[in-house]
Design a protein around this ligand. Structure first.
Ligand code: AMP
Length: 436
């Protein structure tokens, strides 16, 4: 076979029907938990003024430094495809005066995001995240609740036991000032063992050295002073309470003093879900508290906490676990016809079955009855309804039970309702079930 003329752009992929089984299921489970906890959905544009990201994520974060898809609008403004959700949600929160809403404001999103990095397994240039933000409450119980919602989603997707929750506190911005000085002191004299990126970051953002993936940098990071000793008594209490609440909620975690998350806006609690499987791209999701961000973006000081998960990585994790999501895509009834009059009747029969909520496919092309029945087999339909000229004349239809291979001729009147009854509630599409 010759290779096709065009391919999807490097680092992107098509989500094929089989993949959508996973994506739809992940969305469904996430939405279910968000709704139950009072979250409401928000969508922001796929691109924003680049300043939204520079200001929020910090110019020396990996994402802003080298991973943004940047373009110039015709009016000369510099725009960027959205690399993550939080900055845009905060921009929208401020733009639409959501500060006036009862606190905390609870929002969720399910969106594509874009990062220009070297493509590899689990790291793409277009990927999809679902995420949540809780804005306007500083209580550590919120941090625990955000983590608990994420945990419940992982549990219901069946991947909970394949993940380990990593937890740390990076304190307040004052705590971090102190800690950064300690880190600079520790790393001074060790520059030669650091990678180029880390050497460059040492002066401005030494905490980023802690989550570098290079082996030598990781060894140094594991021996570096830990943040805990730099935390103020208030920060320590906040973190201790988060842990207490998580224990109460039965969420297990591992304390990881080198977890910092790559972005400037985090404060206090940070967390990530890591796959137990070895490999560099192994976090399915992460988040934390970002008490300073809304002020940085021009609002009043407002505490907040959030989480985002990568749907491609979650789907991969589900596949590794051998999980096949349930779905209602199955064809229940196949309508076969022969002759011009039968075709006309078949069209209205197909429509009536679908109105009843029955998943129905019909072969209304010109193929032979044998070919049509072959198709019904391939689609694994439970029943076939067969219409020929005789049936049309007599007002009947042949109902063939595809499993048993038996068939009988019945009156075509009320057959759609009858098929819905035979298939039972569980098989009917959601539209029909919503009406109840
Ligand atoms: P982050 O906030 O960068 O930690 O992203 C949250 C989650 O989104 C990660 O844990 C991944 O599951 C997913 N993610 C981030 N970047 C990518 C990418 N380039 N390709 C695929 N998934 C990604």
């Amino acid at each position: 076979m010759s290779s096709p003329l065009y391919q999807s752009p490097k680092g992107t992929h098509d989500i094929l029907p089989d993949d959508h089984l996973y994506f739809s299921f992940i969305k469904k489970v996430a939405r279910h938990h968000f709704r139950m906890s009072g979250f409401r959905r928000i969508s922001t544009p796929v691109f924003e003024d680049i300043e939204v990201f520079k200001r929020s994520m910090g110019t020396d974060s990996d994402v802003v430094e080298k991973e943004m898809f940047v373009f110039q609008s015709k009016s000369g403004k510099t725009m960027a495809l959205k690399p993550e959700g939080t900055a845009a949600v905060v921009r929208a929160y401020l733009q639409h005066g959501m500060q006036q809403m009862p606190k905390p404001v609870e929002l969720y999103y399910i969106e594509p995001h874009f990062r220009y990095s070297r493509p590899q397994k689990g790291r793409y240039r277009q990927f999809h995240q679902f995420g949540l933000e809780v804005i306007g409450e500083s209580d550590p119980a919120i941090d625990a609740q955000v983590i608990h919602v994420a945990h419940c989603i992982n549990r219901d997707l069946g991947i909970d036991d394949r993940l380990v929750l990593q937890l740390n506190s990076i304190g307040s911005s004052e705590d971090r000032k102190k800690y950064k000085e300690e880190l600079i002191h520790y790393y001074t004299g060790k520059e030669r063992s650091l990678c180029e990126d880390c050497r460059r970051r040492m002066a401005n953002n030494p905490m980023r050295l802690l989550d570098c993936k290079e082996e030598d940098c990781q060894i140094l990071a594991s021996l570096a002073p830990k943040i805990h000793s730099s935390l103020s008594p208030e920060s320590k209490v906040h973190f201790a309470l988060v842990q207490e609440y998580l224990n109460e909620l039965g969420v297990s975690y591992e304390l990881n003093p080198t977890l910092v998350r790559g972005l400037d806006y985090y404060t206090h609690t940070v967390f990530e879900f890591w796959s137990k499987k070895e490999g560099a791209q192994n976090a399915t999701g992460g988040g934390g508290r970002y008490d300073g961000l809304i002020e940085i973006m021009g609002g009043q000081p407002t505490p907040a906490c959030g989480y985002a998960a990568g749907m491609e990585r979650i789907a991969e994790c589900m596949k590794e676990a051998g999980i096949r999501p349930p779905n209602k895509d199955k064809v229940d009834v196949f309508v076969a016809q022969l002759g011009q009059e039968a075709k006309k009747k078949a069209l209205s029969l197909i429509s009536a079955l679908r109105e009843e909520g029955v998943n129905t496919v019909g072969a209304i092309g010109k193929s032979s009855m044998k070919a049509q029945m072959g198709l019904a087999d391939r689609m694994d339909a439970s029943y076939s309804l067969i219409l020929g000229e005789v049936e049309v004349r007599e007002g009947t239809v042949i109902v063939r039970d595809m499993r048993r291979g038996s068939q009988k001729t019945v009156s075509s009147k009320g057959i759609a309702e009858e098929m819905a009854r035979i298939l039972g509630k569980k098989k009917l599409s959601e539209k029909k079930l919503w009406e109840e």
